[in-house]
Design a protein. Structure first.
Length: 137
């Protein structure tokens, strides 16, 4: 019972930092809008490349090797591949086409989707980190 209460004591911290991360993402995006449009257009491909490299580096250099120590290789590999395929399909269903039209109504809804997804991701990360920590009594 004390293990559950100890984990629940972390819940406000997890929720708080998830919200802080989301507010930080919105604030950073808002500040990016202050950058002149010409510079933004040049920076966006670099930022996308940096974000992609960061995610791949975190996954393949950190999380996947840690998962391989705790689970069978086939299970980890199947989960990684399933996740990649699932999210490619999800992206194609939600954001069907890519366009550069600033007045595009279809792609204007991508920003809230990304922010909500990021907040959910931060929350799940917090829960996973909390569950993977040894319980101190």
């Amino acid at each position: 019972m004390t293990e559950i209460l100890s984990g629940l004591g972390m819940l406000p911290w997890i929720v708080g930092f998830s919200l802080l991360g989301s507010v930080g993402a919105v604030g950073g995006a808002a500040l990016f809008l202050l950058v002149p449009k010409g510079i933004r257009r040049g920076l966006v491909p670099c930022l996308i490349s940096c974000a992609t490299g960061t995610l791949l580096g975190a996954a393949f250099l950190g999380m996947i090797p840690a998962a391989l120590k705790q689970a069978p290789t086939i299970a980890v590999s199947a989960t990684v591949l399933s996740g990649m395929v699932l999210f490619v399909i999800l992206e194609k269903l939600v954001l069907w086409r890519h366009c550069h039209d600033s007045g595009c109504e279809v792609h204007g809804r991508a920003a809230p989707l990304v922010l909500i997804g990021d907040a959910f991701h931060d929350f799940v990360d917090g829960m996973v980190i909390q569950c993977s920590q040894p319980i101190r009594t």
